[in-house]
Design a protein around this ligand. Sequence first.
Ligand SMILES: *Cc1c(COP(=O)(O)O)cnc(C)c1O
Length: 348
Amino acid sequence: MGSGIAVNAFGVSDQEWIDAVTAQLNRYQHTSNLFYSAPCAKLAQMLCEATGLKKVFYGNSGAEANECAIKAARKWAEQTKGPGHHTIITLKNSFHGRTITTLAATGQDVFHQQFTPLTEGFVYADTEKPESLAALAAEHNAAAIMFEAVQGEGGVLPLPADFVQAMKDVAAKENLLLIADEVQLGNGRSGAMYGYMNLGLEPDIVTTAKGLGGGLPIGVCMLGQRVADVFTPGDHGSTFGGNPAVCAGAISIFSRLTDELLAGVREKSKMIFDTLSAAEGVESVTGMGLMIGLKAKKPTKDVVAACREKGVLVLTAKDKVRLLPALNIPDDLLKEALTRIVAACAEA
Ligand SMILES: *Cc1c(COP(=O)(O)O)cnc(C)c1O
């Protein structure tokens, strides 16, 4: 019920993905980014058509995708707002990666300890105090607000509606970019193509990774109209980024995120919410689509151990049990897993 932390989008032994990657490996495995390859260009086109964003940068991880977003936001702000407008507002309890800069973007002290000094220029907004966002933006001459539609590592917490509204208002009023970190929730898991689409947001920059690669490393930073021309040749790059075999696999994943598949994700999500909410031993269920947080009455680690005993592997996020099943998990298998999870929560 973890799919390699939301990576194996269509489970293991996904023959379509295996065939796509293998076919590309038999053509050529790598070109460097000095040349376009067909898979890399085709994937970029699919991503832009699905989001309305304009340009795509390829890296090899979520952290790299976010590094690109941060560089783009800083350069945009310097060009359009002037020097000193480099601060990026991220959210308390967020998670954006483990490089020194994306750690700085991560609004959780536990990840910072012993790795300081981190990159400057990040401040953290409290999602429970939407009214504080405007002052924070003005005080720090901010460039952008970066958010997860559902905070994954932070405990599977969807953004409160009033905070979403505040982000829209403040971004418009203070001329800020909105950066959606869709590394975990993106590519169908939310029940929409991207989680921000469920919130009515129109971010300027969207990053994604994990599930898009289906099991091989990819990180993508998509740039919208306002930032599409920020980077000029030489500003940014990656040796492995846009690897054709990885992109061929990603095309196989992305092309299967049809309306029908997304409807299936929403149905499976409802099944999970309904079953777990009604279960004894369960305190709360949070999340979106197939990214679910379960707070049990007994300690999380005991639930995880009991699940493992019963042959179900689950993840955690802070004080929650976290479920990230494959997007196409068969209903009977999902039911069986839920029965065992419910039993694991109930036992004394
Ligand atoms: C996993 C994750 C990252 C980091 O991705 P890596 O591929 O591990 O670098 C960034 N943001 C979010 C929301 C994530 O869940």
